[in-house]
Design a protein around this ligand. Structure first.
Ligand SMILES: O=C(O)c1ccccc1NCC(=O)[C@H](O)[C@H](O)COP(=O)(O)O
Length: 293
């Protein structure tokens, strides 16, 4: 998938009036582009409020990160569970009305999740960095910051609010940024989880050094279709490389039943990332039990 950065929109003035020109391609072509284009302005505004130099100083007083990768390798369940704290999504709208991130996180902890994922995007997922900090204060599990990372600033924000791991989406980052961002995440003591959806993206990620954790998203973010065979196809295509490098593989999205989990585990997933099917249940602890029978 080709995700473009926002093209500059030229403007011109006639008699003191300023006109914006709408050029072809100046509208986002899919949801990921829309999110990334909005993120550019959102992060710029955040940087103006709290410059990176000040943000970095604040991190010094934050407790050190927990070992996200080790928690997955040791897995409390088979496959290990990363349970997601998410109120809404572009594909599903509001998933849970009475959304209390701390209550949900504690329910996941009781149910046997090895790690948690917390949505921090406000506009499209109704998440926040405040939610991440609240969950951090309430549970001891390693936490993934689920964001649309396009600037280093956001990784420092993640650490400041208690993240132990940060999601990097290969479709929205160049090879150079992927390489640089994984280094920043590690320098901050966290674990990068690099997400792919196609074989081309998987090959880009496998060409990086030190990749230990890869997520295969079963959801096509262009049309929102979900196909668990995405995990199967990509693992089968690069099984020997993945095994030789001892990479932990996470199957993400669209997992609803015990059979779904057994299927992705049988094709090679070491862990699963599950949001909707747990969040929407009144009792997420019980919902986990029904998935791991
Ligand atoms: O889910 C969406 O609508 C979506 C849209 C655009 C970018 C990302 C999106 N989802 C993020 C995820 O990958 C899921 O939150 C995660 O894998 C959990 O999926 P699920 O179990 O299906 O809620």
């Amino acid at each position: 998938m080709q995700i473009r950065r926002r093209p500059p929109s030229p403007s011109f003035s006639i008699s003191h009036m300023r006109y914006q020109v709408s050029v072809p391609g100046s509208e986002p072509q899919n949801i990921l582009e829309e999110i990334v284009w909005y993120k550019e302005t959102e992060v710029q505004a955040q940087r103006e409020k709290l410059p990176l130099s000040k943000l970095k100083q604040r991190i010094d007083s934050v407790a050190p990160p927990k070992n996200f990768l080790q928690a997955l390798r040791q897995g409390k369940t088979q496959p290990a569970l990363i349970a997601e704290v998410k109120k809404a999504s572009p594909s599903k709208g509001i998933i849970r009305e009475n959304f209390d991130p701390v209550e949900i996180a504690r329910a996941y902890d009781r149910g046997g999740a090895s790690c948690l994922s917390v949505l921090t995007d406000r506009k499209f997922f109704q998440g926040s960095f405040e939610n991440l900090a609240k969950v951090r204060a309430a549970v001891d599990l390693p936490l993934l910051c689920k964001e649309f990372i396009i600037y280093p600033y956001q990784m420092y924000q993640a650490r400041l609010h208690g993240a132990d791991a940060v999601l990097l989406i290969a479709a929205i980052l160049s090879d150079r940024d992927l390489n640089y961002f994984t280094k920043i995440i590690r320098a901050l003591g966290m674990t990068p989880l690099v997400e792919v959806h196609s074989l081309e993206e998987l090959d880009r990620v496998l060409s990086l050094d030190n990749i230990e954790l890869i997520g295969i998203n079963n959801r096509n973010l262009e049309d929102f279709t979900v196909d668990l065979r995405t995990t199967e196809e990509l693992v089968n295509a690069r099984r020997s490389q993945l095994q030789e490098r001892d990479i932990v593989l996470v199957s993400e999205s669209g997992l609803h039943t015990a059979q779904d989990l057994q299927f992705v585990a049988s094709v090679g997933a070491n862990a699963v990332l599950i949001g909707e099917s747990l969040v929407k249940k009144d009792n997420p602890t019980e919902a986990i039990a029904t998935l791991f029978v």
